[in-house]
Design a protein around this ligand. Structure first.
Ligand code: CP
Ligand code: NVA
Length: 309
């Protein structure tokens, strides 16, 4: 290690506005190279990335692994049984060992402190692939998807309906850097972390609303956004949450209130018939699959940036 501090991607507001705008532009450029079928862009040739997963994943694993491969590099999947972070081995040891073999670490963990510890002890960039607290790669990809469909992210009204969870925290931290309107409609007792709401409000550039009224919230939305009601690590609460989240399902009636210009988004995986109906997810204004694809393109831009390209 050169002793120089690596560039991590742990929260959206780790980067300033100029950098986020640059990343979104870079994502679009690299996406068009990949979509053109041109295989000559191989900046990651000879490089490797260790991917730590303490939780299940489809999108995050496949988009990171494929993206890294398409850019010429090699990505290594380390599942929950391999690493057993903090159980088989301490996080600070894992971090320094992987730093000796690889160029990037990507990790999906439970406790947010685990990703902070990984980054603290790492001499190579660490990318956050979801924690109990946030999911910055997802919301960067979502911003890219909104730009492609609505034309811009600035001033767009995003209305999230459901649990005030990791996805909401990343929306709030994006709102601290880019100006848009973000509303979170959640049942009482399921509001996002107040300190994170404060970060978004204090930045003073975005309109932030936290409410318990989904019908009122979706009026005038450009995007209506859903996530599961019980996140990974909360699956034993699924049935109690189904009761508490009555009235927060995104169905055709709610989308009708939102109006004809509203797109539907969901980070996926979705529980059809629970937080969203089949009809809404399959409707022509649902952009969940372009949204999922953009994970790879947004992350490619992040990887290139943290590696200094
Ligand atoms: N949206 C998302 O992160 O999906 P996975 O859990 O499948 O990675
Ligand atoms: N809030 C969900 C997001 C999954 C991508 C979870 O943490 O399980």
């Amino acid at each position: 290690s050169s002793g120089k501090k690596p560039l991590h991607f742990l929260h959206l507001d780790d980067f300033d506005k100029k950098t986020l705008v640059y990343l979104l532009k870079k994502a679009k450029e690299v996406k068009s190279i990949i979509k053109s079928g041109d295989k000559s862009f191989q900046p990651l040739k000879g490089k490797s990335m260790a991917m730590i997963f303490a939780k299940p994943s489809m999108r995050t694993r496949v988009s990171f692994e494929t993206g890294y491969f398409l850019l010429g590099g090699h990505a290594i999947y380390l599942g929950p049984d391999n690493i057993q972070m903090g159980k088989r081995e301490e996080t600070r040891d894992i971090s320094r060992v992987l730093s000796g073999y690889n160029d990037v670490i990507m990790a999906r963990v439970f406790s947010h402190q685990d990703i902070l510890d990984l980054a603290h002890y790492s001499s190579i960039p660490v990318i956050n692939g979801l924690t109990d607290y946030n999911h910055p790669c997802q919301i960067l990809a979502d911003a890219l998807t909104i730009i492609e469909h609505v034309g811009q992210i600035e001033d767009v009204k995003v209305v999230y309906v459901g649990d005030g969870n990791n996805i909401v925290h990343s929306w709030l931290r994006l709102a601290a850097v880019l100006p848009f309107q973000f509303t979170c409609a959640c049942p009482q007792g399921f509001e996002p972390d107040p300190a994170t709401v404060q970060i978004a409000r204090k930045a003073g550039i975005s309109k932030i609303e936290i409410t318990n009224d989904p019908k009122e919230a979706v009026k005038g939305a450009d995007v209506v956004y859903a996530d599961v009601w019980a996140s990974m690590g909360q699956k034993d609460e699924a049935s109690i949450r189904k009761q508490k989240f009555q009235g927060f399902q995104i169905n055709e009636a709610l989308m009708k209130i939102a109006g004809p210009r509203a797109y539907f988004m969901h980070c996926l995986p979705a529980e059809r018939g629970v937080e969203v109906t089949d009809a809404v997810i399959e409707a022509s204004n649902s952009i969940v699959f372009p949204q999922a694809e953009n994970r790879m393109h947004a992350q490619n831009a992040v990887i290139l940036h943290v590696l200094g390209f």
